[in-house]
Design a protein around this ligand. Structure first.
Ligand code: ACO
Length: 428
């Protein structure tokens, strides 16, 4: 097979290198297209543009494959803990017993927030969306630890910055919830594991420490693993774009939180539940919503359906669907929204519009039902996604520095006015 691609443009022949990734993904290296030809590639939404080389996560949409550092998501979901997966995603290997012990010790050590930070939470209005608080507080936390503002992707400084972020994000999230709910904050308990500690900070009362059920802890662990990374999605690309200017990890990730917030991305998990609740309260059949989603004059979309990359099934949705049923059985919960989601999914998968466009349930379709079952309030769903996605954001930020990635600076095709003269106010 030839290792160059030939482009015939304006009567001239140009050659470009081609290459292949470890899972046989093929590419044409167009980095010098403009300097060679004067043309640029146009690809709004970057559906067809590789922005980097990466060895973190492999996704093959047509076959529903998701692997972190080579390990299939199905195996990680069944056998690993979130802390192990976080280590794997960030450092590229499963931790040894000793490495895991040190990593976990760092997470415990960095869980508390500086006391002076606490009153900042009460500065937010009660109605402040927790995603706004999370993004703002990530930048603020960094100010209390000036050493994390250093931009370094290896050695002890990086290890500390990464562990500090992974640990404190839980505390920020739980404090944001407690403050908004008008409840006293719960400081982290070093005797608890990553998920148990978060649940304690969310749900303990001053006089009664929350009894974390192993079933609930396991479900949260699974949720976080399924969100750990997903290659160059909107929020991860944002983290990389911001990080490419050599912005520090906390600021890069704070930008990632904002990108995740939107309903077309991480915000879909809360939007799905809002949609199911709407179906329930309206008393309408799911078919009504399906027709609405198909109507080109209606902005409504079926939330939790469709994916830029997965065109057959989202492996995370399959795992979640199975686990959600199991969880609800184990907790003896009868959630009408689960029945509605099942009906909606069945009706959608029979509909030609959705079949012909390869639109299937994505990870967000079932994750809200899991979060509901473990008692997480709706406005915290996307924050939960952000906690889960932290290892992926950290790993991508580290990788771009390791690879000395150039600053991100896409081009555009200008379609505005041609040069014109300024007219004074009186002449306009
Ligand atoms: N409901 C109705 N129609 C849909 C939906 C949907 N959920 N998703 C896609 N379509 C239609 C589009 O209108 C388009 O139709 P057309 O070909 O007639 O114009 C076609 O399917 C292709 O969709 P695109 O919008 O081009 O797909 P894209 O890759 O740009 O967007 C996205 C993917 C954003 C996920 C989209 O499917 C969507 O908005 N889904 C709902 C929101 C959602 O669930 N987001 C979570 C994604 S997973 C995650 O971020 C973790």
């Amino acid at each position: 097979m030839s290792n160059t691609a030939t482009l015939n443009l304006d009567g001239k022949i140009y050659e470009f290198d081609t290459g292949i990734g470890t899972e046989n993904e093929k590419y044409i290296d167009m980095a010098h297209l403009r300097s060679k030809t004067g043309y640029i590639t146009l690809d709004p939404g970057f559906g067809n543009t590789g922005s980097c080389f990466s060895s973190i996560t492999y996704v093959e949409g047509a076959k529903g494959i998701l692997q972190h550092r080579g390990y299939p998501i199905e195996e990680l979901a069944e056998k690993a803990t979130f802390v192990e997966v976080a280590y794997l995603v960030i450092y590229g290997k499963l931790p040894s017993e000793n490495e895991l012990m040190n990593f976990s010790a760092g997470l415990k050590e960095h869980a508390p927030l500086h006391t002076n930070l606490e009153h900042h939470f009460s500065g937010f209005p009660k109605s402040a969306p927790p995603m706004a608080i999370l993004s703002a507080m990530l930048n603020l936390v960094a100010c209390f630890h000036p050493e994390v503002l250093e931009v370094t992707s290896d050695g002890e400084d990086f290890d500390k910055t990464a562990t500090l972020l992974l640990s404190k994000v839980r505390t920020i999230a739980a404090f944001a919830y407690r403050m908004a709910a008008g409840k006293p904050i719960n400081h982290p308990n070093p005797n608890r594991g990553y998920c148990g500690n978060f649940l304690h900070m969310m749900f303990s009362d001053p006089y009664q420490e929350f009894q974390v059920s192993p079933i609930v802890e396991k479900a949260l662990n699974l949720f976080l693993i399924l969100h750990a990374d997903h290659e160059q999605n909107c929020s991860t690309s944002t983290v990389r774009v911001v990080g490419s200017s050599r912005a520090n990890l906390f600021s890069s990730v704070a930008a990632g939180v904002c990108a995740l917030w939107g309903p077309l991305h991480g915000g879909a998990n809360a939007a799905v539940i809002a949609m199911l609740q709407d179906i329930k309260s309206s008393g309408r059949k799911p078919e009504y919503y399906i027709e609405k989603a198909k109507d080109k004059n209606d902005p409504f979309k079926l939330m939790g359906f469709g994916h830029r990359v997965y065109k057959n099934f989202d492996p995370r949705a399959l795992i979640l669907k199975k686990q959600v049923h199991k969880l609800l059985d184990e907790l003896h919960i009868n959630d009408e929204l689960l029945d509605i989601s099942r009906e909606l999914e069945e009706a959608t998968l029979k509909d030609d519009f959705f079949i012909s466009r390869n639109l299937y349930p994505n990870v967000d379709f079932y994750s809200g039902i899991l979060l509901r079952a473990i008692g997480i309030p709706l406005n915290m769903y996307t924050v939960m996604f952000a906690i889960g996605r932290m290892p992926g954001w950290i790993a991508n930020w580290k990788e771009l520095l390791d690879h000395k990635q150039r600053i991100s600076r896409p081009r555009q095709i200008y379609t505005g006015e041609n040069k014109r003269r300024y007219t004074s106010l009186i002449e306009r």
